[in-house]
Design a protein around this ligand. Sequence first.
Ligand code: PEP
Ligand code: MG
Length: 755
Amino acid sequence: MAVVWLDDVRADDLDLVGGKGASLGELTSAGLPVPPGFVVTAGTYRSFIEDSGIDDELFSAVDVDHEDSAALKAAHEAAHELIMETPMPESVREEILDAYGSLGEGDAFVAVRSSATAEDLPDASFAGQQETFLNVTEEALLERVKECWASLFSERAIYYRNRKGFPHDKVDIAVVVQQMVDSEKSGVMFTRHPSTGDEQIIVEAAWGLGEAVVSGTVSPDNYVVSRETGEVETATIADKKMMCIRDEETGETVDREVPNEKRHARVLSDAELDRLVELGELVEDHYETPQDVEWAVYDGEVYMLQSRPITTISGDGEGSAAETTSGSSSGNGDVMLRGLGASPGIASGRARIVTKLDHLDQVGEGDIIVTEMTMPDMVPAMKRAAGIVTDEGGMTSHAAIVSRELGVPAVVGSGDATKTISDGEVITIDGDKGTIREGEEPEEKQRQPVEEARPKTPVKPMTATEVKVNVSIPEAAERAAATGADGVGLLRIEHMVLTLGKTPERYIEQNGERAYVDEIISGVREVAEEFYPRPVRVRTLDAPTDEFRQLEGGENEPREHNPMLGYRGIRRGLDNPNIFRLELDAFRRLFDMGYDNVEVMFPLVNDAEDVLRAKEHMIEAGIDPDKREWGVMIETPAAALGIRELADAGIDFASFGTNDLTQYTLAVDRNNEHVAGLYDELHPAVLKLIGDTIETCREEGVKTSICGQAGSKSKMVQFLVDEGVSSISANIDAVRDVQHEVKRVEQRLILDSVR
Ligand code: PEP
Ligand code: MG
């Protein structure tokens, strides 16, 4: 049999129907109202490639060097062509079309989705691109099924499997064909309060298809229903400006304005809410765990489209990771030193004083690195370490950024750690409080960053403001993506370049331009791949000369009194276009490879002239600024005050780099510990620049974001959401708390607007 009906599928039929098919089948068999459909089984794909004899050719075509982008492209094209050109056996065609015929009256619209059998592997990228085709009719159905099969061999999927050494012939693919539900209303439902775990059912609802709610383009109505009494405790009716519907002529999903009479109207009647609550309880009973459900109402019936466990309910009552001061006092002895708690968690271990790079070999698994300041070459040792302590540096220093991304507790800027602590001494550090104590903490009291202990795929609260994550080292991409962030708000490329150990000029001299471009591609691709299709905003190079000076070739760097005010960011790029052009080449090649989720961001611009010149370089590199998302960092008062002109230059987004904006507004060097007490990202002058910039950007249709460290602080989050920022990008460890903080502020804003 080439197909099986969803009614006949069970959760453990994973090998037959893939992850998506199995979960829909399980819901159907539990008696829940799921739109009818069938699955073209994984076995059908397997016999298609084996019986037609294309399997050997297929697997050898994709056996290529994954770092060779031209070979990768050719492999994908060959595999795709082979699958699309090989005829489907007549018996399979008939079976699929017969099943389709039983779904409706001949011209039913169906959704066709790939459902890979390897989906349960730790990394879904093994399973290829998850292809979805909506509004498919009989005419295109068989081609779409084949497209789903071919999606196993996208460039990205081949790259990923080859890189991880996962055999291509171990992945099969099923295809789910399901009747489209032209929902009049739709949304999500949590069968318990997703943050507190309270006995409440939370429903979010909007007009039209679910895409508008799921993608956050509309603020939905919010209903809170008590599970004990069944009473609707609150019904917050939002102003719903937009809706997604299916265009009757083209069959495409399109955005439409909500008609005036429906904009402020309540979406769900009491009867519909009752039915949803009833279904919510059924599905929770079935799975014996709280669920996050996507639903739709069509022709008076409530349908369930998807159900997943709510993984955020942990009952540990954690506070804000970004600013928490809770937790037990750590270490046995007195506090011997204090610094800044730069990466949360408590760790005990033997101190390893690292003053030279060749001391790194002595850092063993579970040791605590104690050093003046970390450098890019130290990252492998930082990964082995249980904790990190530095003499110097603030919350935006290399040590702080990298340890947060690695999930290793860290205390930075302790002043004297390398002199006060002896090599081999056992110490305990508390990366929340910024303390270092003598002695060891009992194992059970040591604590990894809160986020690390959480399940891998948290359900994020629905918010209109997007919550993204900052990434500086590509190795952190997996951890970053597992936060459920809406994308990467800042991917720094400095780390990728500095780890080459040579200045870009020296590296190119010795290895050639192509090798330099490939290094950038490889680092960015790791992150773009992990997040695909979520957007990844990549910034062009912004390393100050003092960081380049430590590298081979660094002797040629200019000597500057204050590198922070010097030759860095876009000013260096524009002054030295030979290197800048190669960064832009790397972006263009990533676009060519299909990474259309990459966005380009320019650092440290002052005015429209900077932006127009950078844009010209982008065009020369073959990047069409009208087709790609691109924008700038707002890091100087000049850029904030001149935002209207920057908008006129064509930017799509402006992202506040508050680490720099604060230092340039207050004249406080961010790396100078003598004035560290004056460094305040929440200073009224900084907030005024930010608030005014957001207002102008809203008028100009430019998206706004923050990617400085302050985006992880709840006070800044409150301010920005109040001001109407489009997105917030936080540290990995803070994403989850920022998501909840944003949700709280948005709910308050909705309530205020109806009072
Ligand atoms: C900033 O200035 O806020 C920023 C994110 O850039 P960096 O810390 O890399 O200067
Ligand atoms: Mg900056």
